[in-house]
Design a protein around this ligand. Structure first.
Ligand code: ADP
Length: 205
């Protein structure tokens, strides 16, 4: 159990800015960013897993838990073997996984969740605007249709939000995600830097 990855979760509804924050954090030495949605989108669309992903994501639904967690574990392991993820000096930043309580349970043997950063955004219209901008920029089918977006929020509330009760309250930090990326980042770092300092004595640049 001691060699579980030291981990922080980026948590929040679709459009709350997990991906933006995760990408910036991932550029800082000592943090390793893993986005589950990004790995899914990079799959070969003709592969079996690529087709499963397309089937669920185009409806705004979640890919089944076991398949998702297996894909996550294999992909992260490959990055560790390649040497771009260094568990001895990197705090793992997970974005978009776990997304159900069952995923959280399946991942428990692999990760030691030190902190959950909950990006909170009460302004639905702003989130819709963000998702629409992303649909145009990144050509995402799941952002293009408002019906699919609304379904993703429902799925978030029903299946993902309950994860917050799964982790001890003292490890959860709420961050308002309505500011500029730099403002939000500054608040996220206020919480994460002490965690990194506490658990890693050296950061490899
Ligand atoms: P968003 O946070 O905007 O919903 P993501 O890029 O994280 O976008 O995910 C896109 C889609 O990929 C999801 O709607 C879902 O179909 C699938 N997906 C991503 N992560 C998971 C996960 N942990 N479990 C199941 N499905 C997932």
């Amino acid at each position: 159990m001691n060699n579980r990855y030291k981990t922080a979760l980026l948590f929040g509804a679709p459009g709350s800015g997990k991906g933006t924050q995760g990408r910036i954090l991932g550029a800082i030495p000592g943090f390793y960013h893993f986005s589950c949605g990004e790995v899914f989108r990079r799959l070969n669309p003709d592969s079996e897993l690529g087709q499963i992903f397309f089937e669920y994501s185009s409806r705004g639904e979640l890919v089944p838990d076991e398949v998702t967690v297996r894909m996550w574990a294999e992909s992260l392991n490959a990055h560790e073997v390649l040497g771009d993820f260094k568990p001895r000096s990197d705090l793992l930043i997970l974005d978009g996984i776990p997304r159900t309580v069952e995923q959280a349970r399946l991942m428990e043997d692999h990760i030691d969740v030190l902190m959950v950063i909950h990006l909170v955004c009460d302004d639905r219209e702003e989130m819709i605007r963000r998702l629409r901008r992303r649909a145009l920029k990144e050509n995402r089918i799941d952002d293009a249709d408002e019906k699919v977006i609304r379904n993703r929020w429902e799925v978030y509330e029903k299946e993902t939000a309950p994860i917050l009760d799964h982790y001890p309250m003292q490890r959860i930090r709420e961050v308002n995600s309505l500011g500029s990326p730099a403002q939000v980042l500054s608040n996220v770092l206020t919480h994460l830097v002490p965690v990194q300092d506490r658990h890693f004595s050296t950061v490899e640049v």
